[in-house]
Design a protein around this ligand. Structure first.
Ligand code: CP
Length: 312
C-alpha cells in the first residue's frame, strides 16, 4: 500500500482515517520482518532521537517504544518524572521546552492529564506521540490491538468484540472504539453501570451490564483492569463482588465462539478481571499484543521521524 504520510503528531485515533490505520499496519508488517532477523536492527532512524517522557508508570509502552527506537537505530532517552526536576516543581511545559532544547525528533509522552500531549504539540517543534493521557486515549495501544486481532482473525469487520471492565476510566477503550469501530467491528462494552455508562452507546458500541450477553458468540474478548488510581469514589461494593459479576472465567468464556481469543492491555490483576487459567491459556493473545506493540511503535517512529512521503 502506498500513501503520503502527512501527520506530524500521533495524539489520538479520533481523527485517524481508515487508510492511515491500514498504512501503519502495513508499515508494522514490514517492521516485523526486521524482528525475525538474527541482528534485529536497521539504520532507518540513525541520527534521530526519541525521548520517552513518562509522568506515569509503564512497563509495556515505555519499554516497547525504547526497543522500537533502538531496532531502528534511533537514540532513545528515557525520562521518568519521579527522578526529574518535576519533583522540584518544574511545570510540564518547562520540562518539555527544556527537552526540546536538546533537539529530539520525537517526544513520546504519557501523562495523567487528558490533553497533555495535545497541549505540548502547540508549543514544541518536534513530533509528539501520545503514550496515554489520563482517561482520554492510548493510540498506539488502539493500533496494536487492531493489528493483533487482524493477525488472529484475518479481519475486523463483522467480528463481535466484547470489552469488559472499567470502561469509564479506560483510555484503551477510547482508542479501540476508534480503531476497531471504524474498521467495522460489532463492539460491546460491559461493566457495572457506574463504570460502563449507557451514554457510551453514542460511540456506536452496545452497552450491557450482563457479562454473559457481552461474551455470547464473541470472537474477541478484551478484559480491562479496574483503574483504582483514577477512581475518586467507590464504583462497586468490593473487588470480590466485582470479580464474581464481571470477571472472565472458563464458564463465562465458554459462551464465546469456539475459536474466540482473549486480550488484555496489561497489567493484569489475575483473579480479579481474568482467571489465571484463561490468562495462560492457548486462547490468550495477551503476549501477542505486546509483540505487536513493538512493530506498531517501530512503524509510528519510522513514519514520524523518517518516513514522510514513505512508499512501500
Ligand atoms: N498497555 C499499557 O499501556 O501497559 P503499560 O501501562 O505497562 O505501558
Amino acid at each position: 500500500m502506498t500513501m503520503e504520510w502527512r501527520r506530524r503528531h500521533v495524539l489520538g485515533l479520533a481523527d485517524f482515517r481508515v487508510e492511515e490505520m491500514e498504512f501503519v499496519i502495513d508499515t508494522a508488517r514490514s517492521m516485523e520482518e526486521v524482528l525475525t532477523r538474527d541482528i534485529k536492527k536497521v539504520p532507518a532512524l540513525r541520527g534521530k532521537t526519541a525521548v520517552n517522557l513518562f509522568f506515569e508508570a509503564s512497563t509495556r509502552t515505555r519499554t516497547s517504544f525504547e526497543i522500537a527506537g533502538k531496532r531502528l537505530s534511533a537514540d532513545v532517552v528515557n525520562f521518568s518524572s519521579a527522578t526529574s526536576s518535576v519533583t522540584k516543581g518544574e511545570t510540564l511545559l518547562d520540562t518539555a521546552k527544556n527537552i526540546e532544547a536538546m533537539k529530539p525528533n520525537i517526544i513520546i509522552i504519557r501523562h495523567h492529564a487528558s490533553g497533555a500531549p495535545h497541549f505540548l504539540s502547540r508549543f514544541v517543534s518536534c513530533s509528539i506521540i501520545n503514550a496515554g493521557d489520563g482517561a482520554n486515549e492510548h493510540p498506539s495501544q488502539g493500533l496494536l490491538d487492531l493489528y493483533t486481532i487482524i493477525k488472529a482473525k484475518g479481519k475486523i469487520s463483522g467480528l463481535k468484540i466484547a470489552i469488559i471492565g472499567d470502561i469509564l476510566h479506560s483510555r484503551v477503550v477510547r482508542s479501540d472504539l476508534h480503531s476497531l469501530g471504524r474498521m467495522g467491528a460489532d463492539l460491546w462494552l460491559c461493566g457495572p453501570p457506574t463504570l460502563a455508562p449507557k451514554e457510551m452507546e453514542r460511540t456506536g458500541a452496545k452497552v450491557t451490564y450482563d457479562i454473559r450477553e457481552a461474551v455470547r458468540n464473541a470472537d474477541v474478548v478484551i478484559m480491562l483492569r479496574i483503574q483504582l488510581e483514577r477512581q475518586k469514589t467507590a464504583y462497586f461494593p468490593s473487588l470480590r463482588e466485582y470479580s464474581r459479576m464481571f470477571g472472565l472465567n472458563r464458564a463465562v468464556f465458554s459462551l464465546a465462539k469456539d475459536d474466540a481469543v482473549i486480550m488484555h492491555p496489561g497489567p493484569i490483576n489475575r483473579g480479579v478481571e481474568l482467571s489465571d487459567e484463561l490468562a495462560n491459556s492457548a486462547q490468550s493473545r495477551i503476549l501477542n499484543q505486546v509483540e505487536s506493540g513493538v512493530a506498531i511503535r517501530m512503524a509510528l517512529l519510522y513514519l514520524l521521524a523518517g518516513g514522510h512521503d514513505a512508499a512501500h
